[in-house]
Write a protein that binds this ligand. Structure first.
Ligand SMILES: [Zn+2]
Length: 259
């Protein structure tokens, strides 16, 4: 393992590198993978709580789940894996990050170029006119209620964040059945195809469009390095595979670079 890690470190030092991250990188920060055994989707049925169509009909279900997400995110801090990636960008080795996460922890760690495939929790927009709203203001208002009381009111159509135009206001996270921001996706693919190494951290690569990004890199001659605790379907196409914890392995990788 040590030789493999040293080899990757040497390659990255002389090659422009991009990184793709998934839920696994934020688990040590206290954010469980939505899809894991204890994840949110076991408590909240995605077709009701996470669907765009349902949000448009009745946003109270989404908010019932999202209030839990907001509590988790508010207290979460970047872990060594996020910090190493931010440091690598500062050193000019990492050209940018593509993430499936909505937790904002890469930015909190200091990363600048971050393509958030599933959107962000840091802003909200009207679903009809697109007007932007402060996520913090909406959170402050919602958290002034006791949760069960708030959900009871929302089921009756009250206290639901609503725009001046009458449209429902939604955090800018991509829900099931909602179109991904296409320009952002193209920018992420351009980053992956322009780099010599794509580092994949904490993603099982089972959800599109993230699952295709390693192949975009590979088609353009890039090498793929995967760091994840569990084996995944793209491992067999990767040049480097480490079934390790990213928060432990990434600091070792940087040490091997001697930068
Ligand atoms: Zn509006």
């Amino acid at each position: 393992m040590k030789n493999k890690l040293q080899d990757l470190a040497t390659t990255m030092k002389s090659s422009p590198t991009a990184c793709l991250t998934g839920a696994g990188i934020s688990v040590p920060s206290g954010i469980p993978d939505f899809r894991s055994e204890h994840g949110l989707w076991t408590k909240y049925e995605p077709s009701l709580y996470g669907s765009y169509q349902q949000f448009i009909r009745d946003p109270s279900y989404f908010w019932e789940m999202h209030l839990d997400v907001m509590v988790l995110l508010e207290t979460a801090e970047p872990n060594p894996a996020h910090k190493v990636l931010a440091a690598l960008e500062k050193k000019g080795i990492l050209k940018g990050l593509i993430t499936q996460n909505i937790d904002g922890l890469h930015q909190k760690a200091g990363s600048k170029t971050v393509y958030e495939l599933h959107g962000t929790n840091d802003s909200c927009s009207c679903t009809i006119c697109g007007k932007k709203y402060s996520a913090q203001k909406i959170a402050d208002h919602l958290f002034s209620f006791e949760k069960n009381e708030l959900i009871r009111l929302m089921r009756k159509g009250r206290e639901i964040p609503t725009c001046d135009c009458g449209g429902f206001v939604k955090p800018d996270v991509v829900l099931f059945g909602e179109l991904m921001p296409q320009a952002l996706l193209r920018a992420a693919e351009a980053l992956a195809s322009s780099c010599d190494v794509l580092l994949v951290v904490g993603s099982s690569l089972q959800v599109e469009p993230a699952a295709s990004i390693p192949f975009v890199a590979k088609r353009n001659g890039g090498k793929i390095a995967i760091i994840n605790v569990d084996p995944g379907p793209v491992d067999m196409y990767a040049d480097y595979v480490f079934w390790e914890r990213a928060e432990e392995l990434l600091p070792q990788l940087v040490d091997s670079m001697e930068i």
